[in-house]
Design a protein around this ligand. Structure first.
Ligand code: SF4
Ligand code: SF4
Length: 463
């Protein structure tokens, strides 16, 4: 990791002078002075200019029909970002191409940070087959019209692979897909603490399997123990072995807590060496659904989290794996994770349709304001649609001039517009900014500055 770059990004962000929007320009084009050059950035394009070229470019950028090629390109990219972001967030009708099912609230683990806050697992709620069949029909019909495959995701506040009904549910979805003549692409998020039979079933039926594991045995067993305090590492290792033997891509999602943050490189090493990871997702732990449980990170931890992430990423690259962070994705135009903006029909136990992935069942969706409807209603009329999408697309005014606003999930899921709190200045805001900022300056150091000479402008597309 380039520590001087990380430090420079973090300090500039803290002082509020990192890639500021050019005030005299009508579009989101951002500028930053770096190593004697002026950098211009808009989603998809980064330009470095010498000081005299920079003044000319700034002048040219005011003009909706600029003369210079660079000014034209950067204005075009900025216009595309604005229209793509607006299109994503302007929902008049709901057209889901993905069916996400939380089949049950039942879980076999007792994770120390579980956002459900429930230590009682006695009364689990299931999602019934009628609801699943109906949801599959709605999504299959839309996919058929759009000539798209139907995405099916098993997720949950519970563990889908311990649901004994899963093979039956799977067959039911296939029957519907066959009726509409659409193909299925499938994903399951599992804690991996499952029987050999269940792991083999998943390997044989599901396209992509995401294993949740927090790290090497000490961390995993402490943070994600079984209900009776039993160790979970041996079963995860067995599941990973089964998936590896079946030639499945090993995707691991690790929750990083304040305590495990210093261990990120060691965690990555374990994932690559022992679990055969191909793709690793690192996410800071979520706050709980009740306001009592907070993730433990403060804004002061943001730079450290990002440094550890970058170190882990570099180690993974040497071992042939990738490390992803979903909060800020430079290769995508995106905002918060709300299902409503991602064309996802998410049905949770009790039959509720929720726009929020951080939901356990119908009640939590209702209490959190993310309930969009009920799959059991004769006419699944999402009456709340425009009101919920209006609320969820609202931005903290402080985000409006941020260089990262087209690649940022804001404070989601800890900070949600449905609860009316501010994204700007939160821990997640800070890590999202630093992650993007670090990538921009690394691109500059690695690719732009080596090519630039005096009186020149040099630009590159970034994805
Ligand atoms: S939440 Fe995201 S868009 Fe808003 S200021 Fe922070 S980094 Fe920028
Ligand atoms: S927490 Fe709020 S902003 Fe985030 S996905 Fe849920 S509903 Fe959307």
């Amino acid at each position: 990791m380039d520590e001087s770059v990380m430090e420079s990004v973090a300090i500039s962000i803290q002082k509020g002078f990192f890639f500021q929007q050019i005030q005299t320009c009508d579009l989101p084009i951002f500028m930053h002075e770096y190593k004697g050059h002026t950098l211009f950035y808009t989603p998809g394009l980064l330009i470095a200019a010498s000081p005299d070229q920079a003044s000319q470019l700034i002048f040219d950028l005011h003009n909706p029909n600029p003369r210079s090629v660079y000014a034209r390109q950067i204005r075009q990219k900025a216009e595309m970002a604005v229209s793509q972001f607006d299109l994503q967030h302007r929902i008049s009708t709901f057209t889901p191409y993905c069916l996400t099912l939380y089949t049950s609230t039942d879980c076999n683990l007792d994770c120390c940070y579980c956002y459900s806050g429930s230590k009682e697992h006695t009364s689990s709620v299931n999602l019934d087959l009628i609801a699943i069949r109906k949801g599959a029909g709605i999504v299959a019909e839309k996919c058929k019209k759009a000539s798209l495959p139907m995405s099916v995701v098993f997720h949950g506040g519970g563990e889908p692979l311990i649901d004994p009904r899963l093979p039956k549910i799977w067959n039911c979805i296939h029957e519907i897909a066959d009726i509409y003549n659409v193909k299925i692409s499938s994903y399951i998020a599992t804690n991996g603490v499952v029987s050999e039979k269940a792991a083999k079933w998943a390997a044989a039926h599901i396209d992509q399997i995401g294993l949740s594991c927090d790290g090497y045995p000490d961390i995993q067993n402490r943070q994600r123990s079984g209900r009776n305090g039993d160790q979970t590492s041996p079963m995860i290792e067995r599941t990973a072995r089964i998936l590896h033997d079946e030639k499945k891509k090993i995707i691991i999602r690790a929750t990083i807590t304040k305590e495990s943050c210093s261990q990120i490189p060691e965690i990555i090493r374990y994932f690559c060496d022992t679990l055969h990871a191909d793709e690793i997702h690192l996410e800071p732990v979520f706050d709980g659904l009740d306001s009592e449980r907070v993730n433990g990170f403060s804004i002061r931890d943001a730079e450290y989290f990002c440094s550890q992430f970058v170190k882990g990423n570099e180690l993974a690259a040497k071992k042939g794996a990738t490390v992803e962070f979903s909060g800020s994705r430079l290769n995508e135009i995106h905002g918060r994770y709300c299902q409503i903006f991602r064309h996802v029909l998410q049905i949770v136990p009790g039959g509720g349709i929720s726009t929020c992935f951080k939901t356990i069942d119908r009640n939590t969706a209702k209490n959190g304001g993310s309930l969009m409807g009920d799959i059991h209603d004769s006419d699944v009329n999402l009456l709340q649609l425009s009101e919920i999408s209006r609320k969820l697309s609202m931005d903290d005014p402080a985000c409006l001039y941020c260089f990262n606003r087209f690649h940022c999930s804001r404070g989601c899921p800890d900070i949600c517009p449905l609860a009316g709190s501010e994204d700007y200045g939160s821990f997640r805001c800070r890590i999202n900014k630093i992650m993007t900022g670090y990538s921009l300056l690394k691109f500059t150091d690695d690719f732009l500055l080596p090519m630039i000479s005096e009186h020149e402008i040099i630009g590159m597309e970034i994805h």
